[in-house]
Design a protein around this ligand. Structure first.
Ligand SMILES: Cc1cc2nc3c(=O)[nH]c(=O)nc-3n(C[C@H](O)[C@H](O)[C@H](O)COP(=O)(O)OP(=O)(O)OC[C@H]3O[C@@H](n4cnc5c(N)ncnc54)[C@H](O)[C@@H]3O)c2cc1C
Length: 597
C-alpha cells in the first residue's frame, strides 16, 4: 500500500530557520504565528492529510466521479466526509482576513499545509482549492454586497467555487471566447454559452456552487478587451441569504481523463443563467488574473506535492526490494541480494527528486512569503519589491515545479521497475495525476512565454534586477565564509549563466521575437535552477549555523548539507546547457515549412 508522511520537520526548518518567519511580526497575522503556533498548525495539518485524506487517494482514483441521469455528479465514497472534516478544521480560511470569516494567518502557512493536503489527495483538494481562488477574486473585485453574500459561506466551505474560462475553441487564447452576457433591467445579466474542462464544476459536496465565469457583454469589443467576469451561482441566493431557485447552469458531461479521477472535470452549459458582474465591465481578465495567479502558485504546489509522495514511496520500495549486489561489496550478507537502495543509479534518482523537493518547498514558501509581504507590509518600498518578486516567481514556480513534478513522478515510478507500471503500488496514479499540472492554469509553454515576454521587461526589468541583486548580495555576503564556498561558487556560476542569457534576450529578441519564443522554456528552467540553487545555498547557510550552535537535529542538518552539495554538483551544471540552447536561437526550429514536419 502507498505510504505518505508529511515532511513536518523540513517545513519547520524552512519557516523558522531559513525564512525566519518570526522576523515578520509587524505584518498583520504574523504576530499570532509564533513558532509554537506554527508547529501546532503544521502538525495538525499533517494529521488531517495522513489520516483523513490520504486513505481516500487510491480508492478515489479507482472509483472516480459519475454524472447521474439527473445531471448531478457523484464524487468518490468518503470524499464528502473528508471534505467536511477539512472545512470544519477551518483550513479554507486559514489565511483569509478575519473580516470575511477567516483566521487571517500568513498565506505562507497556508502554502505549507497545502502541500501536505495535496500530497495526500490532490483530486479531493482541488474542490476547496478552486474555492480559495474564487474567494481571492471576490475579496479583490467583489462589491461589498457580493462579499457579504458569498464569502462567509465559501470560507466555511458550505459553498464552493469554480473558475470558468475555457471553451471548446478557446483555451490559451481567451480573446476568442464567445460566452455571452446580456444586460437585464434589474442589473443582472443572462449568461449563455458552453465552458469545458471546468474543475469541480458540479458535485454533491456543498449546498451551492459559485461559478466565476468569463463572458462577453453584448456589443463589447472583440478580443481580450471585451471580456467581463460574472458570478453565476448554481442556486440563486435570496435577500436573507437562503437558497432560492436553481439557476440555468448545468453539467452536460464529465470528462474521461488520464488522472485526477476523483475531481469532476465538467462541461458546463449556461442557458440564460442569471449572473452578476464582478469588477468593472470589460476588465474581466484582470479580475480573473487574481484567481489565476493564486491558482498558479497552487498548481506549482501540486507539482511539488506529487513528487514528494512519489519520492517517499520510491524510498520505501528501494529499501525493501532485493535485487543484485552492491558494486562496492555485499551489503546484505544474510540475504540472497542487496536492497536496490545500494545501487548508485537508484540513488541518482532518489537524490535528484529529494534535492528538487526540498528546494522546491523552500521556493514555494519563499514565494508565499513574498505574497504576504506584498499584501500586508506597511512599507511601500518593501511591498513593491515583494510584489515584483512574486510576479516574477509565479510562472517559474508553476512551470518548473510541475515539469519536474511529472519528471520526478516518472523517476520514482522507475525505481519500482515493472511494479511501478501496474496499479498495485499507486505509482501509476502519481504519474497520471502529475501530468495535468503541466497543462492547466496556463500550459507550461505559456508560463515560459509569460516570463520572457512579459515579466522580464515589466517596469524596465525592475523585478529581474531585484532578483539578481538578492542572489548576488547573498553570494557577496558569504564570500568570506569558507564553509559556504561549495554552495556560493556554483550558485554564482549559475547566476552568471542566467544573467548572460537575459542579456542575450535583450540583444537578440527585440529584432527577432522568435528567439524569445525558442528559448523561453530553457530560460524558465535556467531561472528555476538558479532560484532553487539559491534556496539550497540559503538552506546550507542555516544548517551550518544551526550545527555550529549545537542544534539537536544533527543528522537532519548534516543530511541537508549533503543534499545541498548534491544539488550544486549534479544539478546546477545544467545551467550551462540551458544557456547554450538559448543562445543557439530560433533558426533551426523555424527553418522547416509546416508541411515538412
Ligand atoms: C483536467 C483539466 C482541468 C481543467 N480545469 C479548468 C478549470 O477549472 N477552468 C478552466 O477554465 N479551464 C480548465 N482547464 C483548461 C486548461 O486550463 C486548458 O486546457 C489550458 O489552459 C490549455 O488550453 P487548451 O487545452 O485549449 O490548449 P491550447 O490553448 O489549444 O494550446 C495547445 C498547445 O499550444 C500551446 N500554445 C498555445 N498558444 C501558444 C502561443 N501563443 N505560443 C506558444 N505556444 C502556444 C500551448 O502551450 C499548448 O501546449 C482544465 C483542463 C483540464 C484538462
Amino acid at each position: 500500500m502507498p505510504v505518505y508522511q508529511a515532511p513536518v520537520n523540513d517545513t519547520l526548518f524552512i519557516l523558522n530557520d531559513v525564512l525566519g518567519l518570526e522576523r515578520y511580526g509587524n505584518l498583520p497575522g504574523f504576530a499570532d504565528a509564533t513558532p509554537d503556533m506554527i508547529e501546532a498548525i503544521v502538525g495538525e495539518a499533517a494529521r488531517v492529510a495522513e489520516e483523513a485524506l490520504f486513505p481516500l487517494n487510491l480508492s478515489g482514483d479507482k472509483q472516480g466521479c459519475t454524472r447521474n441521469a439527473d445531471g448531478t455528479v457523484s464524487v468518490p465514497d468518503g470524499f464528502k466526509q473528508a471534505y467536511d472534516q477539512y472545512c470544519q478544521g477551518g483550513w479554507i480560511g486559514l489565511a483569509v482576513p478575519e473580516e470575511f470569516g477567516g483566521q487571517g494567518l500568513p498565506y505562507t502557512l497556508h502554502a505549507a499545509v497545502g502541500e501536505y493536503m495535496s500530497s495526500a489527495n490532490m483530486s479531493l483538494m482541488m474542490y476547496p482549492g478552486l474555492t480559495q481562488g474564487a474567494i481571492a477574486a471576490i475579496i479583490v473585485h467583489g462589491s461589498p454586497e457580493q462579499k457579504a453574500t458569498y464569502l462567509p459561506k465559501m470560507v466555511a466551505g458550505t459553498w464552493s467555487g469554480t473558475m470558468n474560462l475555457t471553451e471548446p475553441h478557446c483555451g490559451t487564447d481567451l480573446g476568442l471566447l464567445r460566452t455571452k452576457a446580456v444586460p437585464q433591467a434589474d442589473g443582472s445579466y443572462k449568461i449563455s454559452g458552453q465552458k469545458i474542462f471546468i474543475s469541480a464544476g458540479e458535485h454533491s459536496m456543498t449546498d451551492n456552487i459559485v461559478h466565476l465565469v468569463l463572458a462577453r457583454i453584448e456589443g463589447a469589443p472583440e478580443g481580450t478587451k471585451g471580456i467581463s467576469l460574472f458570478i453565476v451561482p448554481k442556486f440563486m441566493v435570496e435577500e436573507d441569504g437562503s437558497l432560492g431557485a436553481r439557476n440555468t447552469v448545468a453539467c452536460g458531461a464529465i470528462e474521461e481523463k488520464m488522472g485526477i479521477h476523483g475531481n469532476a472535470t465538467c462541461v458546463m452549459n449556461y442557458d440564460e443563467a442569471k449572473g452578476f458582474l464582478i469588477g468593472a465591465e470589460n476588465k474581466g481578465l484582470a479580475a480573473m488574473f487574481v484567481m489565476m495567479n493564486e491558482a498558479r502558485l497552487g498548481v506549482g504546489l501540486q507539482g511539488l506535492s506529487i513528487a514528494e509522495t512519489a519520492y517517499q514511496n520510491a524510498v520505501s520500495y528501494a529499501r525493501e526490494r532485493i535485487q543484485g549486489r552492491s558494486l562496492s561489496g555485499v551489503k546484505n550478507p544474510d540475504g540472497k541480494a542487496d536492497p536496490i537502495i545500494v545501487h548508485p543509479d537508484i540513488r541518482r534518482s532518489l537524490m535528484t527528486i529529494r534535492a528538487f523537493n526540498e528546494a522546491g518547498r523552500a521556493f514555494l514558501l519563499w514565494t508565499a512569503l513574498k505574497s504576504d509581504i506584498a499584501h500586508r507590509s506597511p512599507d511601500e518600498a518593501e511591498r513593491q519589491n515583494a510584489d515584483d518578486l512574486l510576479g516574477l516567481a509565479t510562472p517559474i514556480l508553476k512551470g518548473v515545479l510541475t515539469d519536474k513534478g511529472f519528471d520526478h513522478a516518472v523517476m520514482a515510478q522507475q525505481v519500482f521497475g515493472g511494479h511501478g507500471y501496474i496499479e498495485e503500488h499507486g505509482m501509476s496514479q502519481y504519474v497520471r495525476d502529475a501530468r495535468i499540472t503541466m497543462i492547466y492554469e496556463g500550459a507550461n509553454g505559456i508560463q515560459a512565454l509569460d516570463l520572457v515576454g512579459r515579466k522580464l521587461a515589466l517596469n524596465g526589468g525592475r523585478a529581474v534586477m531585484a532578483m539578481f541583486k538578492e542572489i548576488g548580495d547573498f553570494c557577496e555576503e558569504n564570500r568570506g565564509d569558507e564553509a559556504m564556498v561549495p554552495y556560493t561558487k556554483a550558485l554564482k556560476k549559475g547566476l552568471n549563466d542566467l544573467q548572460a542569457a537575459t542579456m542575450w534576450f535583450m540583444q537578440n529578441a527585440m529584432a527577432k521575437p522568435d528567439n524569445a519564443g525558442a528559448g523561453s522554456t530553457d530560460y524558465m528552467h535556467l531561472f528555476g535552477l538558479v532560484t532553487l540553487g539559491y534556496m539550497w545555498a540559503k538552506m546550507a547557510k542555516a544548517a551550518q549555523e544551526k550545527l555550529a550552535a549545537g542544534d539537536a537535529r544533527e543528522d537532519y542538518l548534516k543530511n541537508k548539507l549533503i543534499t545541498a552539495k548534491f544539488f550544486m554538483e549534479k544539478v546546477m551544471p545544467e545551467t550551462v546547457l540551458r544557456k547554450a540552447r538559448i543562445e543557439a536561437g530560433a533558426e533551426s526550429l523555424m527553418e522547416f515549412s509546416a508541411e515538412a514536419f
